[in-house]
Design a protein around this ligand. Structure first.
Ligand code: 2IP
Ligand code: CA
Length: 384
């Protein structure tokens, strides 16, 4: 392998840094009173507040996405135009004017721009702008020592600024984990940044940031943590080790998952069918070995939900397959590896966000034997 250029070597670190800044902004919105009041305004129930909250919710998401885009695009000009996210940066304020949310040259300019959406909440706009312009320092020796040779011009990025937005707004801190999996609440709100190969659509680098991992026992402030993975050519690296397989798999599902899928998977898992919020969080459960597979039978996740966790799963020897395609291949006797999700191909005939839906559902796994067992069980479900 030729020695990596500094720019190439720094991409993983830059993605982690961007996720840390995003996590800080996500925490700030819950920690600083002027911002928190906006987040929870919905609960007061008046029409005016409801509208305002809707705006603020979207603004927090849009802003985080724009900060990541800005910081990565500045450091890696080759990525400009190839950084995509869940949100559009066009925003309608209460006067009906369209505001394009972006990071300006100075904190003062960014605050002025944010104020055109948040008026009259000047303090909130200034707090957000200060966080947007603050530099992040990573004290992570292991990460700093990773040298990669992945040309940024071959890659594109998917960002989910806050996955599980509803749990983020709801903010429940009192949800007890069941066998390590927390079924709902703030801890399922994640920042997801994934890089994929522009040509093949394969996920290559992934960062999952958990801004609300735990409370510091002394300061009572939220502490985050992050995980990363690289799967590029022969290189498989991760901040985590592959979890050991369980003899009887545990499968995690959305609470929205239908009866037939639950019934088909029940016998495979014994009593280990689990439920959790957040597509990213369920994939994280598999990555951490809290579950052996995440099964979703609907096209209700998107490229930005799956790209980052998928890259980490691949780094650990697993993956995320397109469920409908995998079952179809089985039915026609195809014995090759089931089709993995890809991130560079919009769904034909779809419009808006649906263009990037993971149509036909997915199965995320680390150990191939669990994927095989899940597909065998689901092959009997009519209509899948
Ligand atoms: C959502 C979020 C939801 C999930 C949905 C995602 O992303 O992760 O929780 O549904 O698939 O698209 P479920 O919890 O039923 O798995 P976002 O919160 O970013 O819209
Ligand atoms: Ca999401």
């Amino acid at each position: 392998m030729s020695p990596p250029s500094p720019a190439m070597a720094g991409l993983l670190q830059a993605l982690v840094g961007a996720s840390e800044k995003a996590g800080t902004i996500a925490r700030l919105c819950r920690a600083e009173e002027p911002l928190f009041q906006l987040l929870v305004a919905e609960k007061s129930g008046t029409d005016k507040n409801r509208r305002f909250l809707q705006d603020f919710k979207t603004l927090a998401d849009v802003l985080i996405q724009e900060v990541i885009k800005h910081d990565l695009g500045k450091e890696f000009p080759e990525l400009q135009g190839h950084i995509h996210g869940e949100e559009s940066n066009e925003f309608k304020n209460r006067q009906g004017d369209t505001v394009v949310v972006r990071v300006c040259d100075t904190p003062g300019d960014t605050a002025a721009l944010l104020l055109s959406v948040l008026e009259p909440e000047r303090e909130a706009a200034e707090l957000l702008a200060a966080a947007v312009h603050r530099d992040v320092t990573l004290g992570d020796a292991e990460l700093a020592s990773v040298a990669l040779s992945i040309p940024p011009q071959d890659l594109a990025i998917w960002i989910d600024p806050i996955d599980s937005t509803n749990e983020y707004i709801g903010g429940r801190e009192d949800v007890a984990p069941i066998d390590g999996i927390t079924p709902a609440g703030l801890c399922s709100a994640l920042v997801l940044i994934g890089a994929y190969d522009r040509q093949t659509g394969c996920p290559v680098l992934g960062i999952i940031n958990e801004p609300f991992y735990c409370r510091d026992p002394l300061t009572h402030r939220w502490q985050g943590r992050y995980h990363w993975g690289v799967a590029y050519g022969d290189t498989q690296l991760s901040s985590l080790s592959p979890p050991p397989p369980r003899p009887t798999p545990c499968v995690v599902l959305s609470r929205a998952e239908g009866g037939p899928v639950r019934a088909a998977l029940g016998p495979l898992c014994g009593d280990r069918l689990c439920f959790a919020a957040g597509a990213g969080y369920k994939m994280l459960c598999v990555i951490l070995g809290l579950a052996d597979a995440y099964v979703l039978s609907e096209g209700s996740t998107f490229a930005w939900d799956a790209c980052a966790p998928h890259a980490i799963l691949r780094a650990l020897g697993g993956g995320a397959v397109a469920l409908a395609g995998a079952l179809q291949a089985r039915r026609v006797g195809d014995t090759g590896p089931p089709p993995e999700l890809v991130y560079n191909r919009p769904a034909e005939g779809a419009v808006g966000a649906k263009r990037w839906a993971n149509q036909g559902g997915l199965v995320a796994y680390v150990h191939p034997q669990h994927l095989e067992a899940v597909l065998a069980a689901l092959a009997t479900v009519p209509g899948l």
